[in-house]
Design a protein around this ligand. Sequence first.
Ligand SMILES: NC(=O)c1ccc[n+]([C@@H]2O[C@H](COP(=O)([O-])OP(=O)(O)OC[C@H]3O[C@@H](n4cnc5c(N)ncnc54)[C@H](OP(=O)(O)O)[C@@H]3O)[C@@H](O)[C@H]2O)c1
Length: 270
Amino acid sequence: MTAAFPAPAWLVGCGNMAGAMVEGWRAGGVDFAGVTVIRPSGTPVDGIRTVTEYPEEQPRFVMLGFKPQKLGEIAPGLAPHVGSETIIVSMLAGVTAATLRKRFPEARAIVRILPNLPVAQVQGVTPIYSADGGIDDLVEVQQLIASLGMIAWCETETELGVIGAVASAGVAYVARFAEALGRAAEALGVNPTRARSIAIQTLVGTGDLAKATGESMEEIARRVASPKGTTEQGLAVLDAPDGLQQLVDRTIAAAVRRGQQLAEEAARRD
Ligand SMILES: NC(=O)c1ccc[n+]([C@@H]2O[C@H](COP(=O)([O-])OP(=O)(O)OC[C@H]3O[C@@H](n4cnc5c(N)ncnc54)[C@H](OP(=O)(O)O)[C@@H]3O)[C@@H](O)[C@H]2O)c1
């Protein structure tokens, strides 16, 4: 069954991330008939009514797709349109459900998500959190988000932030690693364009292999690395003390810390 928007549905802001979600929904054949994009530039979104002012209707679904820092500016104008039938879905990194509840006190439910860019290819990972459980319409919203790939319901907002740092920000980290592989090939004389394609295909192939076989990444690495062979020598560098795991731990910790800072800043602006 194709997922559907509770209509009328408003997408408030449709930049990088909300745009990627729209692409994923479009790929899945979702109907945009009851959907409106509201954005100050009015830049059209293919196949969706796009306007610069809030329409005269009470939305059942409002997705917040602008930058967290814009909440204070946008919420006062938006809140009067948010009633007891409206579910707010926020992708604002670091802005807590309590802060959103203060901004939209009448909302039927507040749902937080932290999607990642591969939602555009219906390959996303999206953690979801809501303190307003037991509401029937949430099933519809869950199906809509789940139609973009994998979802992970979170018990706490801390868990949401951690999964967001790993999966959402993680796309950038995995991209950096693939870029580094390509650069290493380039430094050893491979043509730059070819080096980049090889790095990307290695990334995609490893992901597909893990998905198709169900093997863990550890097992895959073991299968590649024959004893005393070339891969084993390389893995010894990555696995050294203060190697890759420690670097990734520091990377994720920095992103989680920033999420906490954003939450504190948003709460202070309240
Ligand atoms: N990028 C990611 O991977 C990622 C992952 C998880 C969560 N997020 C969250 O997604 C949100 C958006 O990030 P982004 O990277 O997509 O930002 P972006 O590309 O800069 O898009 C921001 C959008 O907000 C709109 N906007 C600005 N002022 C507005 C207003 N007054 N009313 C309505 N819309 C307004 C902009 O409209 P115009 O287009 O008309 O200028 C634009 O469409 C952020 O809260 C971020 O935390 C992003």
